[in-house]
Design a protein around this ligand. Structure first.
Ligand code: ATP
Length: 261
């Protein structure tokens, strides 16, 4: 048993009563969530459910209106530096310093996290090999494809070996071979006591890799538990559709089948 999973060590992440509105509209409504250390935790929900808002608050990029967030027992609002040091974050929009080359970007990710330059250089080489980016390191990130940009930012999120990785849609736009590589890297990280919280629309993937899953709809937690507990007798996708409510109606789209040519 690793120290991280011994009984009595704090969960990797705790949210209590976390809420956030934009103007008058509520995006996240009193969310309670506990992510045990050493878990591979999936956050799922339909478009606009509040996943990115939740992850941005965990990452310290957005302040909750109410509620508290603890990372490995450290209160994010009271002690942001210590809490953020535990975190590696892949944000949803891939906005980054894209005039830098991949190597420069990863270098700055590393030194800004307090690593020594020699250590950073070694880790850049290791990460580039793992993410199949070695050839691309000398090119500016603005010339990368969407999947390559995601991979370099994911590498950047890992460079300081954080305890918790918060990954918003890490597999979106990533090819199947790279996805399998990334999954292998993340699984090994979790097996050694790291914790991954990821959002995804890929129910198969969540079902395959996650130990626990939370379903949020309309900013509220509708189901949480091990993947088996949440899906019950159904597939996760069926359960997800059930929890997300009615499928969108096709009514009113008859004109689409009239073909105007
Ligand atoms: P998706 O699966 O489509 O990425 P999501 O679950 O990540 O969706 P959020 O991006 O958290 O959902 O959005 C939750 C709600 O908050 C939506 O209604 C969205 O329109 C709203 N919202 C998100 N960001 C902003 C913003 N910056 N300003 C105003 N409203 C916002």
């Amino acid at each position: 048993m690793t120290p991280e999973t011994t009984p009595g060590s704090p969960p990797a992440l705790v949210l209590r009563g976390v809420s956030r509105s934009y103007g008058g509209s509520t995006a996240v409504a009193g969310l309670d969530l506990t992510v045990p250390a050493g878990s591979f935790y999936g956050l799922v929900g339909p478009n606009g459910a509040g996943k990115t808002t939740t992850m941005s608050m965990i990452a310290g990029l957005l302040r909750p209106d109410r509620g508290e967030i603890q990372v490995a027992g450290i209160d994010l609002a009271r002690n942001p530096r210590a809490a953020k040091a535990m975190l590696g974050v892949l944000p949803d929009r891939l906005r980054t310093f894209d005039r830098l080359t991949g190597r420069q970007l990863l270098y700055y990710y590393g030194v800004l996290r307090g690593l020594k330059p020699g250590v950073v250089s070694q880790r850049i080489a290791d990460l580039a090999r793992a993410f199949d980016l070695t050839e691309a390191l000398g090119r500016v990130v603005s010339d990368y494809s969407a999947g390559m940009t995601k991979k370099v930012m994911l590498a950047g999120a890992m460079i300081h070996s954080p305890r918790l990785l918060v990954l918003d849609e890490p597999f979106e736009a990533v090819d199947p071979v790279s996805s399998a590589n990334i999954l292998e890297i993340l699984s090994a990280y979790v097996a050694r006591g790291g914790t991954v919280l990821l959002s995804s629309h890929g129910m198969d993937l969540i079902e395959r890799v996650c130990t626990r899953v939370a379903v949020i709809v309309g900013g509220q937690l509708l189901a949480e538990g091990t993947v088996d507990e949440v899906r019950g007798e159904m597939t996760l996708e069926q359960r997800f559709v059930e929890l997300s409510g009615e499928a969108t109606s096709m009514e009113g789209l008859e004109w689409l089948h009239t073909f105007s040519d």
